[in-house]
Structure formats: structure tokens, C-alpha cells
Ligand binder design. Structure first.
Ligand code: BGP
Length: 470
């Protein structure tokens, strides 16, 4: 920003939206795509998934919002809002249907060529998540997911294939979506298959190690194949506060936060932090590392930190920190309002997290998920007056602007779900994030017709003025 009362964001700031293949594309088994772990999920990733697809059962990801066939219409709508970037994931099993295939699936590669061409046609830089809760189901069933070191080889083959194929089109990459969710939703984040009665932290940290090595190998390959690209790590980093000023709550919140920051510490600093040793000892975790692993992690740290921010939660001494699944359940913060899904709305928390992360890493940040899920109402005349979403957008972007003024280097902002898509946590359609409404309900009924909400026109103005209107 030129001077302190300049309200515009920096020149070249990336404005856009973010989705994930499994929550939008549908066409779950079309053109050679193999099933991935999202295709056996019925009620979101916080509940157990089926081992196999059960004939006749409804799986939200099978059709999702049919982005696979409708992406040209949707990208045109994003272009109308003025996006200069757009984040989505490549579905690993479109490229390698089983994950361990020797050769890629050309029809899958061609789809993403066409998709990136469409984005570039509208001036949108593709921002690609390499693995967004979409591990090929076969890798879960045959290998037990990321707890098996073989996945490093399969992931590296996948990365080399897509880097070579899309090197002239994609200059922003990130490896694993919300890798710190290995502790809360290990099936989604690491496709981990657990054994009866085992200490679950053992496979969680062993799988995490394999993913750290794989991510560093991806950084090495990306820099070799696409020298002008940036490849980041990606974490879920909504804010965590102590429930009271009691020292036990304060230190407990600090420890809880560090369970997530452990993942960005390794990805961005390039070594295992000293505090992890005590955690592993106390929880009887013995991570096996092969010769050269720590060297790879040290030599190839991520270029930037991508993260999702939705809310803040509070921590009270005694609440579980590790080894639980199903998301971090905080206590009610009396100073904040909640969404219909109980997520506490905290714009200032975003400024706090941007400062916290930039102070810790001094590497560029990319806010690749921020948004409000709400059960929008369609009026008689077809309009959708989502002022609550406009308020959420304005209040969070104003705090992003404050963070930039605080000296934080922020690459860009992609609103999560610029079009209504399937919720990851609950698999619902009615938890709508979009500036664009999609006619589909939780049971899969609807025409899939798209409609612009009031927020569509507002985000367009924000981008047009590079934030000055905020
Ligand atoms: C994050 C995921 C996204 C998205 C988001 C919103 O954890 O990276 O995939 O789903 O959460 O959560 P939900 O869809 O459950 O509302």
C-alpha cells in the first residue's frame, strides 16, 4: 500500500475462490477415474466411511455439483466477478486411478488441461492443491494409506507427471490440504487405515513423516521442472485462544496450537522441532526414518504457507489435545457470534493468525480458505439476500488489510466455496458458502441450476477496486 490511508490492497494481490475436486467435480468414475476415499463418504469426513461403495447408496461426492461437465459456465461466472486466480485440486485418481499405476490416465490429464486453459482464458492463475482429501481408495485398501512408505513413491510419480504436464499453465502449487488434520480427521488427511487397539498416534506421526518427505520431494521436483513456480504447504489454522487467563488454560492452548504448527514448522523450517521429542516419548511414538529423509526435509522446505481460516476456538485445561478425531471442539467464546454450524465468527482472529504465522516463519502467506457456511433462503422472486455473507467477507478482508499494514506478506485471498459445493465436514449441500447458489439439496435432489446471490455483485466490486471499497 502506498501510504497508511490508502485502502487498496497491494498491486498484484491475488483475488479469487477455492474449491476441491471431490466437493465439486462429481463424475466420480468417469473417463477412467478410479474411486478415491471421498467417494465412500456419506456424512462427511468426521464420520466413518464405507470400505467399498455400496450399490444404490447416495454418496454426495459422486455427482457433487457436476463441475466436471459445467466448469466452463462456472469459470465464466468467476470471471464475471473478476477473479485473477482460482484454487482447485487435481483428483489424484483421475490421473492414477489406483494410485500405484505405472502409467497415467490420459483422459484425466486432458480434463485438467482444458480446465486450466479455461481459467487462463479469463485471466485466472490456477492455484493447485495436489492432494485434497482425495487419496485413491486403492492406496487406502491395499497399503493402509500414508502409514505405508510406498506412498512416497506413488505421490512422487503423480507430482512429476502433473508438473511436467502443466508446467506452462500452473505456477502456484500446494502439496497436502490441511495436513495438520492428521490429528482430527486422519482418514481424510492421510487415508490412514488403523489396526484394532493400536496407539493411533504411532501411525499418525509415521504417516506424517512419509508426507513430509513426499512434500519435500515435490518441492525439489517442482523447482526443477517449473523454476518460476511457487509450491507451498497447507494447514487448517483457525485461531486457538485460552478459555480463561488461568496459566493452565494459556499453556494448554499454546500446546494445542503447537500440535498444528508442528506441521508448518517441519514444512517451512526444514527440521523436526525439539518439542516433538517429549510428545513422542510421552505418547510412546517411535517414528522410523530412513537414511537421508531428514536431509531431504532440510534441503527442500516449502516456499509459502497456505492456510484455511474460518473461526476461533477456545481451549480449557484438561480438554484432549492429541489423538482425538472429529475436529477441535472448543468452548463457547462469549464475545463472538456463531454460525448455524457452531463456528464462532472472529475477523480479528484472522489478523492475529496472519501476524502469528508471519512472525514465526517470515515466509509469504496465502489465505486459501476463508468463508461462511449458511443455509441460504431463496426468495419468491429467486433472489438470495445473503447480507450475512457480505458482512463476514467485509469484516475478514478488513482484518487482512490490517495484517498487511502490520507488515505481513500475504500473496492473496481465495474465498472458500465461491459456488455452493458439498461440505467436507458434513457432506451437506445446505451448508452453502457460495456467491453462486446451486439448486441441489442434502438428499441430492435439484436441477443443479446456478444463480447469483447478492454477495456475487459485492465481491465483484471488492475485486474491481482492489479492496478500496471495503
Ligand atoms: C476445510 C477443507 C475444505 C472445506 C472447509 C469447510 O477443512 O479444507 O475442504 O470443506 O473445511 O468445511 P466444511 O465444508 O465442513 O464446512
Amino acid at each position: 500500500m502506498a501510504n497508511s490511508n490508502d485502502k487498496r490492497f497491494p498491486e498484484g494481490f491475488l483475488w479469487g475462490g477455492a474449491i476441491a475436486a471431490n466437493q465439486a467435480e462429481g463424475a466420480w468414475n468417469e473417463d477412467g477415474k478410479g474411486p478415491d476415499i471421498s467417494n465412500v463418504v456419506t456424512h462427511g469426513f468426521t464420520k466413518p466411511a464405507d470400505e467399498d461403495i455400496i450399490e444404490g447408496k447416495y454418496y454426495p461426492s459422486h455427482e457433487a455439483i457436476d463441475f466436471y461437465h459445467r466448469y466452463k459456465e462456472d469459470i465464466a461466472l468467476f470471471g464475471e466477478m473478476g477473479f485473477n486466480c482460482f484454487r482447485t485440486s487435481i483428483a489424484w485418481s483421475r490421473i492414477f486411478p489406483n494410485g500405484d499405476d505405472a502409467e497415467p490416465n490420459e483422459k484425466g490429464l486432458q480434463f485438467y488441461d482444458d480446465l486450466f486453459d479455461e481459467m487462463l482464458k479469463y485471466g485466472m492463475k490456477p492455484v493447485v492443491t495436489i492432494s485434497h482429501y482425495e487419496t485413491p481408495l486403492h492406496l487406502f485398501k491395499k497399503y493402509g494409506g500414508w502409514r505405508n512408505r510406498k506412498l512416497i513413491e506413488f505421490f512422487t510419480r503423480y507430482c512429476e507427471t502433473i508438473f511436467k504436464r502443466y508446467k506452462d499453465k500452473v505456477k502456484y502449487w500446494m502439496t497436502f490440504n490441511e495436513i495438520n488434520n492428521m490429528h482430527t480427521i486422519p482418514y481424510a488427511a492421510g487415508a490412514i487405515k488403523f489396526e484394532e487397539g493400536e496407539n493411533i498416534l504411532q501411525p499418525i506421526y509415521q504417516a506424517s513423516h512419509h508426507m513430509f518427505v513426499a512434500s519435500s520431494l515435490a518441492v525439489k521436483l517442482c523447482h526443477q521442472i517449473i523454476p518460476d513456480a511457487k509450491i507451498g504447504c497447507m494447514l487448517s489454522l483457525s485461531a486457538v485462544y485460552p478459555n480463561t487467563c488461568h496459566p493452565d488454560d494459556v499453556f494448554g492452548a499454546y500446546e494445542l496450537r503447537r500440535r498444528s504448527l508442528f506441521y508448518s514448522d517441519v514444512h517451512l523450517r526444514g527440521y523436526y522441532p525439539s518439542y516433538i521429542k517429549r510428545i513422542w516419548e510421552e505418547r510412546d511414538v517411535h517414528v522410523h526414518m530412513e537414511q537421508g529423509d531428514e536431509e531431504i526435509i532440510r534441503l527442500y522446505p516449502a516456499d509459502y504457507l497456505g492456510f484455511s481460516y474460518y473461526r476461533s476456538t477456545t481451549y480449557k485445561a484438561g480438554m484432549p489435545i492429541l489423538g482425538h478425531t472429529g475436529g477441535i471442539v472448543g468452548l463457547e467464546n462469549p464475545y463472538l457470534k456463531s454460525t448455524a454450524w457452531g463456528w464462532q465468527i472472529d475477523p480479528k482472529g484472522l489478523r492475529y493468525v496472519c501476524n502469528e504465522l508471519y512472525d514465526r516463519y517470515q515466509k509469504p502467506l496465502f489465505i486459501v480458505e476463508n468463508g461462511l457456511g449458511a443455509d441460504d433462503k431463496v426468495e419468491e422472486d429467486g433472489s438470495i439476500i445473503d447480507d450475512y455473507r457480505i458482512d463476514y467477507l467485509n469484516s475478514h478482508l478488513r482484518e487482512v488489510r490490517e495484517a498487511i499494514k502490520d507488515g505481513v506478506d500475504i500473496i492473496g485471498y481465495t474465498w472458500w466455496g465461491p459456488i455452493d459445493i458439498v461440505s467436507a465436514g458434513t457432506a451437506e449441500m445446505k451448508k452453502r458458502y457460495g456467491f453462486i447458489y446451486v439448486d441441489k439439496d442434502n438428499e441430492g435432489n435439484g436441477t443443479l441450476k446456478r444463480a447469483k446471490k447478492k454477495s456475487f455483485y459485492w465481491y465483484k466490486k471488492i475485486i474491481e477496486t482492489n479492496g478500496e471499497i471495503l
